[in-house]
Design a protein around this ligand. Structure first.
Ligand code: NAD
Ligand code: LMR
Length: 328
């Protein structure tokens, strides 16, 4: 069998960890012929709970699970890993915005960014813990050993949510919706760009002609879906977040079909779409199939979309300012 892919998951004893780990261990993420070694990274006080999760992982009898280690520090937990999935951090409660967590969660990503220097030379880091764009920025700044383009934050859940809403509205299968990219921050300013999307190969705006719905209910439903889930469950999304994290990594590992793209927050080099250099900004991305990617260039944006993207850009600039002391 091939060499195991080593994957660190922080927050392994948390809600998302409990959904995510089993899908990685089962072979779903890296394929049936690739063994996976899992590093479960937790706070010392949650290491016991992570042991329980590890016992259950063993009990599944996954033939692709080559080994599990539990770590109570990122320094040991990230040693030699090829993928670091940074989930561990506090979730928001009812009535909070995700960036209300910035002061409490931001410092976690300083220590974890530094610890990524111990990872394998090909490490890729995905940040899920909120506020994920700015946390990814903090981790990246604190790990200059790893190229910035190997860091991303997850907006795939937002893309999946947007597609599900549009599929219901149009009465089609969700797989018919393509190129629905999320722009900007994983926050209530995010921009689900419906103008460039297609349904069954046709322009989405020719199929869903109710512009008031697209600019109104559709936009706010997607922007506020996380809060609606917290309101309904009393806890933030977990299984859907884990599923979208699987999609995120799979998207980076699979060559994107011609003419298509997906959403991920990646560092801006300042050359595209007036996005300031360095921000972790969700944009349409195409994968080369080996984890590397390109931001899709040359997309036309209407004045309406440019205005919305400007709002989410300004919010990310403010978040960056709030954490400036954490950016090495
Ligand atoms: P949870 O409270 O159930 O679990 C979090 C876990 O992280 C806990 O077990 C905790 O002990 C651990 N943890 C905290 N600090 C840690 C550290 N420094 N190192 C290692 N582990 C640490 O939370 P959850 O529901 O699993 O959510 C985790 C994060 O993901 C939250 O910030 C949440 O807002 C975010 N989230 C993001 C998205 C997204 O789309 N980007 C979606 C859902 C949730
Ligand atoms: C989500 O989008 O479900 C997560 O970011 C959790 C949250 O705080 O909304």
């Amino acid at each position: 069998m091939a060499q195991p892919v080593r994957v660190a998951v922080t927050g392994a004893a948390g809600q998302i960890g409990y959904s995510l780990l089993f899908r990685i261990a089962s072979g779903e993420l890296f394929g049936p012929d690739t063994p996976v070694h899992l590093n479960l990274v937790e706070l010392p006080q949650a290491a016991k709970a992570a042991e329980g999760t590890a016992m259950e992982l063993d009990d599944c009898g996954f033939s692709t699970l080559a080994g599990i280690d539990i770590h109570d520090s990122p320094e040991s937990g990230f040693e030699g890993v090829n993928w670091a999935l940074l989930v561990g951090s506090k979730p928001r409660g009812p009535g909070m915005e995700r960036n209300d967590l910035i002061k409490e969660n931001g410092p976690i990503f300083v220590a974890q960014g530094k610890a990524l220097a111990k990872a394998a030379s090909d490490v890729r880091c995905v940040v899920v813990g909120n506020p994920c764009n700015t946390n990814a920025l903090i981790a990246q700044h604190n790990c200059r050993e790893v190229p910035a383009t190997r860091f991303s934050a997850m907006t795939m859940l937002d893309e999946n949510r947007a597609k599900a809403q549009l599929a219901k509205k149009a009465g089609v299968n969700v797989g018919e919706i393509k190129n629905l990219a999320i722009w900007g921050n994983h926050s209530s300013t995010m921009v689900p760009n419906f103008e460039a999307a297609t349904i069954g190969g046709k322009s989405l705006t020719d199929v869903i002609t109710d512009r008031a719905y697209l600019e109104g209910d559709f936009f706010t439903t997607v922007q506020k879906r996380g809060a609606a889930i917290i309101q309904a469950r009393g806890k933030s999304s977990a299984a859907s977040a884990a599923s979208s994290c699987i999609d995120h990594v799979k998207n980076f590992l699979t060559k994107t079909p011609e003419g298509e793209y997906f959403s991920a927050a990646v560092p801006s080099d300042g050359s595209l779409y007036d996005i300031p250099q360095g921000l972790m900004f969700s944009v349409p991305v195409r994968s080369n199939g080996d984890g590397s990617y390109e931001i899709v260039k040359g997309l036309e944006l209407s004045d309406y979309m440019k205005g919305r993207i400007g709002q989410t850009r300004d919010e990310l600039l403010k978040e960056r300012d709030v954490v400036k002391d954490l950016l090495a």
